[in-house]
Design a protein around this ligand. Structure first.
Ligand code: OGA
Ligand code: NI
Length: 367
């Protein structure tokens, strides 16, 4: 056989994995296929009883009560946000203004979407990264050597009327529930930007970046992590940082998200009805390195399916991402090069997601 020929059986195997983890599990599975087995140093650490070995308690992230931002405690809350973004790159938000029904309905309708027959879901499968809707599996299924235990549905969400007609038409209430969810998360994002700006001591109203972010892109990513027969061998998502400005994450009541804190992986306790907010690469650059875009990953478990919905908010494609001029003076030099979004996307689409290659490549090393 010539070296360029791939044995038909290998092609067959790969096709099987391209259809996603849900499809694989629906056909019965008692072991994790080799394709999903991560090298030992990258695996989570479980004890034999399938329980995660926890060196410490789960991490309690700082909790921001959004209602308090509107009251006399505003400056205290802003300081807590600043400390959380510096220390963890993450915080949780309660009293954020989104009705419980909106988030519960979103989780429920997403669950139903992933329970549709494969033929229905696969209508949205495409390798075109700019498609308004993209269904897929793993992290980058065209490049990953080892696959992740995750299927996803990515929806472009701004401007909503441009994209909504392309969103899944089944389940029948998907579009209306997901549209409400996307609109309300966007409102939450705008309030959050104002608070983040103020926490950096940048005037929230009179600033170019805040205006650009109002027109920025929004992508809603629904993640589906089916139960896994051997969760100690694989990952739901590999270590990565989010490329945008902020990510607003809604999780169901199943834990799985871990963040890197002081060189250790720590699990974030889900708080029902709350949002997990994290600093993305754009905000790390914008804050000139003060706020950290922190690596995080997802573990799976053997009993409970898990659904999460991440809303990723970024500067518009036309913006140049750079440290805020308001944070630069003779004592504070820019720590990052100016970057346009196209360069950014091109870089991340050609590199492994692991580690913070991109941010590292944009750092200016002052002598
Ligand atoms: C993401 C992400 C975490 C989760 O979608 O970028 O990190 O818990 N998700 O699913
Ligand atoms: Ni992420």
């Amino acid at each position: 056989m010539s070296p360029t020929m791939i044995a038909p059986v290998v092609v067959e195997e790969n096709n099987r994995y391209q259809k996603g983890v849900k499809h694989l599990c629906d056909n019965g599975l008692t072991k994790v296929p080799t394709k999903y087995i991560w090298p030992e140093p990258d695996r989570p650490i479980f004890t034999k009883s399938d329980k995660l070995t926890k060196p410490k308690q789960n991490l309690k992230l700082p909790i921001i009560d959004f209602a308090e931002l509107l009251g006399p405690n505003r400056s205290h809350v802003l300081r807590t946000i600043a400390e959380a973004c510096e220390t963890y790159g993450f915080f949780q938000v309660v009293n954020h203004g989104m009705e419980g029904d909106v988030s519960r309905n979103m989780i429920e309708v997403c669950k139903k979407f992933f329970e549709l027959p494969y033929e229905e879901r696969s209508k949205y499968m495409t390798s075109d990264m700019s498609a308004p809707v993209r269904y897929g599996t793993s992290f980058n299924q065209n490049k990953d050597n080892v696959f992740c235990w995750r299927d996803f549905l990515k929806l472009y969400a701004h401007p909503l009327p441009d994209y909504l007609p392309y969103w899944p038409s089944s389940p029948s209430d998907f579009r209306s529930l997901a549209a409400t969810y996307a609109t309300e998360t966007r409102e939450m994002f705008e309030m959050m930007v104002k608070a983040i700006m103020e926490s950096l001591e940048i005037d929230g109203d009179d600033n170019e970046a805040a205006k650009e972010l109002k027109e920025g892109s929004q992508m809603v990513v629904v993640n589906c992590y089916p139960p896994c027969p051997e969760p100690e061998l694989t990952l739901g998502m590999p270590p990565h940082s989010d490329y945008g400005f902020l990510t607003l994450l809604l999780q169901d009541d199943v834990e799985g998200l871990q963040i890197l804190y002081r060189d250790e992986w720590v699990t974030i306790d889900p708080i029902p009805g709350s949002f997990v907010i994290n600093v993305g690469d754009h905000l790390e650059i914008f804050s000139n390195g003060r706020y950290k875009s922190v690596l995080h990953r997802v573990l799976v478990n053997s009993t409970k399916p898990r659904i999460s919905v991440a809303s990723l908010h970024s500067f518009p494609l036309t913006s140049v991402v750079k440290p805020s001029p308001k944070l630069i003076d003779e004592h504070n030099q820019p720590q990052y090069m100016d970057t346009d979004f196209a360069t950014f996307l091109q870089y991340i689409s050609t590199r492994e997601p692991k580690w913070k290659n991109f941010l590292e490549s944009r750092k200016i090393h002052h002598l």
